[in-house]
Design a protein around this ligand. Structure first.
Ligand SMILES: Cc1ncc(COP(=O)(O)O)c(C=O)c1O
Length: 390
């Protein structure tokens, strides 16, 4: 070993590999990996040998997260992404070329809607927005390559009829891509119902603690190989530190989802009868248009952890409800440990005026509630107190 401190500083002795493997996946906090020979490097980066070369391409911690989600979704393969939006945009770009056509459910996360309505047409991809599988079937053309929908839509919580969408996709020779962020694999597994790919914003329930941003796609190895190639080209890969936090969150996903889903049922039932409430949307309620479909497609007793409440009194009442809550906080995003609320018309759907909101079935007073892990009675009391003074 050279004696010069400059050389020693960048070439420290590597400790011997200890006996015993780490019991949780370590953070491979490195952008590069080292090889014994150039031939080994060439074989790995050329995908002739399994291995790691560069973390934008693959990283063991990020892969561990994608594999864990794929297992929960019943998929043979998964790919990790820097965000849910990276997962969705990369997946679509992997499946589409100029001249192709997409059929997408019209109730979608705003960012996905923007990607489909504004960005993809710039690359010669045509998009038709539809309301349900019958309209989807009518909209397909010989150029249709992708059908896109969300298991549970934001904020009106419509349930996608996934087997019917899958049948439409099969007839059209298209790939059915389902964003299951709001549902999680503990409520519904779209691949079991005929979807080809399932995507998630892992920033929400999968990570579950509001401290990491990520995304994931799961499905067959063939489709995932195409998605991986475009991820490598575009570079929206998941960082290992984020992957570590997401993996840690994932271990308690079943417990969190069980709790949040149960509390959401209790909250929806309690608020529905309050005199200051105009409407409550949650698929657990019998009057919800997709109550029967949710019972058919979702695991027993699960209806998702988001409830949308509209107080009487329009936008002002919605703002007053949000501001009057003591336990629930005004925070964007969802799926975390604390209950958070957002006034839909002034935040996630701010681009829509009242006419457009009505067309989308959204009340100007709608408040989206992502139910956390608090005691259900405390949460019901918090909402009741805020509603009582409206
Ligand atoms: C249903 C849904 N899909 C995708 C996304 C995008 O995820 P991310 O913010 O991790 O990019 C969001 C974000 O709110 C979402 O609600």
């Amino acid at each position: 070993m050279a004696a010069d401190p400059h050389t020693r500083a960048v070439h420290p002795r590597t400790p011997a590999t200890p006996v015993g493997r780490p019991s949780t996946p370590p953070v491979y906090r490195t952008s590069t990996f080292e090889f014994a020979t150039s031939a080994e490097f060439a074989a790995v980066i050329g995908d002739e040998e399994p291995g790691y070369s560069y973390s934008r391409i693959d990283n063991p911690t990020s892969d561990a997260f994608a594999v864990a989600v794929a297992e929960l979704e019943g998929a043979a393969a998964g790919q990790p992404f820097a965000s849910g939006s990276a997962a969705i945009s990369t997946t679509l770009l992997a499946l589409l070329s100029a001249g192709d056509h997409v059929v997408a459910q019209k109730h979608l996360y705003g960012g996905t809607h923007h990607l489909l309505a504004r960005l993809l047409p710039r690359w010669g991809v045509a998009v038709s927005f539809v309301d349900g599988p019958a309209e989807a079937a009518a909209a397909t053309t010989p150029a249709t390559r992708v059908l896109f929908c969300e298991t549970l839509s934001n904020p009106v919580l419509r349930v996608a009829d996934l087997p019917a969408y899958a049948a439409v996709a099969r007839r059209a020779g298209a790939v059915l891509v389902v964003d299951s962020t709001f549902a999680t694999p503990l409520v519904c597994r779209p691949l079991e119902l005929g979807a080809d790919l399932v995507v998630h914003s892992a920033t929400k329930y999968l990570g579950g603690h509001g401290d990491a941003t990520g995304g994931v796609v799961a499905g067959s190895p063939d489709l995932l190989a195409r998605v991986r190639q475009v991820r490598v080209d575009l570079g929206g890969s998941l960082a290992p530190d984020e992957a570590f936090l997401l993996l840690r969150g994932l271990r308690t996903l079943p417990l969190r989802v069980e709790r949040q889903n149960g509390t959401a049922v209790a909250l929806a039932a309690a608020l529905r009868g309050h005199p200051a409430v105009e409407s409550v949307l949650h698929p657990s309620l019998e009057e919800h248009p997709d109550h029967a479909l949710a019972k058919e497609l979702f695991d027993d007793g699960r209806f998702g952890g988001v409830v949308t409440v509209s107080p009487r009194g329009g936008r002002a009442a919605a703002a007053a409800l949000c501001d009057g809550l003591r336990l629930a906080r005004v925070v964007p995003s969802l799926g975390g440990t604390t209950t958070v609320v957002s006034h839909v018309a002034t935040t996630s759907h701010r681009q829509l005026d009242d006419t457009a909101l009505e067309a989308a079935g959204i009340s100007p007073a709608a408040v989206r509630v992502s139910v956390g892990l608090e005691a259900p009675t405390d949460l019901v009391a918090d909402f009741s107190a805020a509603l009582d003074v409206l």
